[in-house]
Design a protein around this ligand. Structure first.
Ligand SMILES: *Cc1c(COP(=O)(O)O)cnc(C)c1O
Length: 301
């Protein structure tokens, strides 16, 4: 399954003689958006083949991966369990659009403390989960494992070889690793982390086989899930001008960063850039409930 590449027309691109194209992986599936579709594809296939009936995974309360796993479970006939970070969410999860959606897809939740969440990959914790839930196919946080990387290697197609630079948003780095593995030799891959921290490069090296990638760490806007009024304004204006919706956690920050870099002449004239729209639009509703509480401008839907 492939999504379309769409050219961006903006005065700054004409001025700087840059060609900017976006791959609309956000349109791959109505509920399993973007890179989560790519990452779940071979995990689901393996779980089916090994005759599991339940998928269990981890995430925060606004997680695209939780929403996608819940939807995939419903479509492909698995029970799903979401282990959610933050005990405090337990009382108010029904106000959270992501969890509400996941619940409607049949996902059931286990809310755990942030301390427990840090230990979630440890044997002791995994054993506890198996005692509680029986046999399950475990998908790691963010969905990143070798099967997920294989799925992300399918993001780039033969036609995409014409691009010089490929850009993607980075959470765990699985998507970046997949793109890096399948990029052509002349292509440079730029990852835009949506979170602060230096641990990412090590993680990405576990899955990326080539040295063709680097991280642009200037556009996380204060960390994971953090947004500024400026970013909200940028996403709304970008949508007005291009009709393309961006999510506030990942793709909004990436596109902001790419356009800033173009303004600052980071790319030579005639450079052809492909950016990946990795989805995440389900997160807009949740972000808006937070922005509303803080009396900040909302994202247009
Ligand atoms: C999860 C997600 C990412 C990050 O993907 P990783 O493979 O974890 O780096 C990027 N964009 C969107 C929209 C996502 O939902």
């Amino acid at each position: 399954m492939q999504s379309i590449n769409q050219s961006i027309a903006l005065p700054i691109l004409t001025k700087k003689k840059i060609s900017l194209v976006i791959k609309r992986d956000d349109t791959l599936h109505p509920h399993i958006s973007g890179n989560k579709y790519r990452k779940l594809k071979y995990n689901i296939a393996r779980a089916k083949k090994e005759k599991y009936q339940t998928l269990l995974t981890f995430g925060g309360a606004f997680s695209n991966h939780i929403a996608a796993t819940a939807a995939a479970g419903k479509i492909y006939g698995f029970k799903t369990i979401g282990v959610i970070r933050g005990l405090e969410i337990a009382e108010k999860w029904s106000e959270n659009p992501t969890l509400q959606f996941a619940f409607e897809q049949g996902m059931r939740f286990k809310f755990i403390s942030r301390a427990d969440y840090r230990e979630k990959e440890e044997d002791v914790f995994q054993d506890k989960l198996r005692t509680e839930f029986g046999l399950f196919f475990c998908i790691p946080e963010g969905g990143t494992n070798a099967d997920a990387i294989q799925g992300c290697e399918e993001i780039l197609t033969k036609e995409d070889v014409k691009f010089d630079t490929v850009c993607c948003a980075v959470g765990t780095g699985g998507t970046l690793a997949g793109i890096s593995n399948s990029a052509a030799n002349h292509q440079q891959v730029l990852g835009f982390p949506a979170l602060k921290g230096d641990f990412l490069r090590e993680d990405i090296r576990k899955f990326a086989k080539k040295e063709n990638w680097s991280l642009v760490t200037d556009y996380h806007f204060g960390g994971y899930g953090k947004v500024s009024e400026n970013l909200v304004h940028f996403i709304n204006t970008f949508k007005e001008k291009t009709k393309i919706p961006l999510d506030p956690i990942y793709t909004g920050k990436m596109v902001f960063g790419i356009l800033e870099m173009i303004k600052k002449d980071h790319f030579c004239p005639q450079t052809k850039i492909l950016m990946i729209h990795s989805g995440g639009l389900q997160g807009i509703a949740g972000m808006n409930t937070m922005l509303k509480k803080k009396n900040l401008p909302l994202l247009t839907i």
